[in-house]
Design a protein around this ligand. Sequence first.
Ligand code: ADP
Length: 234
Amino acid sequence: MSENVLEVRQVVKKFGGFRALDGVSLSIRPGEILALVGPNGSGKTTCINVISGLYRADEGEVVFQGQRINGLPMSALARLGINRTFQIPKPFKALTVEENVDVAHRNIRAATPLVDDPLAFVGLDDVRDRMASTLNSGQQKLLDLARALAGAPKLLLVDELAAGMNPAELTELAAKLREVASKGVALLVVEHLMGFVNQLAERVIVMNAGKEIFEGSLAAAAQDATVVEVYLGG
Ligand code: ADP
C-alpha cells in the first residue's frame, strides 16, 4: 500500500500533435500541500484537468488511493473524493449562493462533512442568500472553493484561486487552505502568485513546456538557475 493519496506516473496529454503534458510524474501525501508553478502554457491546468477527469491521459497512469482512475468521469472521481476549483468559476447563476453549495453537496450523499458550513468557512456567510450572479469574481472563486469543500474531498485541486485578491485576503485564504490540509486532505495548488505559494506550500513543482524542471522548496527553486531563467527571472 502506498502512503500517497495521488500518484501521477509519466502522464502524456496531447492536443493534436502537441504534447501539453510530456511525461509528468508527481505524488502527494495526505495533508500535504503541493504547488504547481511555471510559465503560462506549461501544462499546469492540463495536469489538474487530467487528474480531475475532465481530460483523459493519452499515456501514463493516474492512481488515487491505490486505484487506477484513468478514464473515470469527473462525477465518479468526485464521489471517490477528488474535488476541484476552476480558474474561471461557473456557478449556477440562477441559484442562490447557498443553493450552489447544496447542489454540490447533494451529489455526494455518503460523505461525512469536511467542514460544518463551507460558506461560513470560506467567509461567504453574509452573502449566502444572494443570487450567485451578483457575486464579484473573488467571491465566485470562494464559492467555487466552498462547493469543492462541500464534496468532502480527500484530494482538493485548486486552480488559481488567488488572482484578484488583496494581501490580507490572501493571508486569510492561505490559512484556510492550511486548515483544510491539517484535516488530512491533500492539496494540489496551481498558482502564479509566489507570495501566496510561499505562505502555503512546503513543496513546489516547477513546470515548463509540459515537463517538470524542478521539485523542492520554493526557496530552493528561487536559487535554481533553470527555474530562474524560464520562470522566476522573467
Ligand atoms: P498553464 O496552466 O500552465 O498555463 P495549460 O495547461 O492551460 O497551461 O496549457 C498547456 C498547453 O496546452 C498550452 O499550450 C495550451 O494552449 C494547450 N491547451 C490546453 N488545453 C487545451 C485544449 N483543450 N485544446 C488545445 N490546446 C490546449
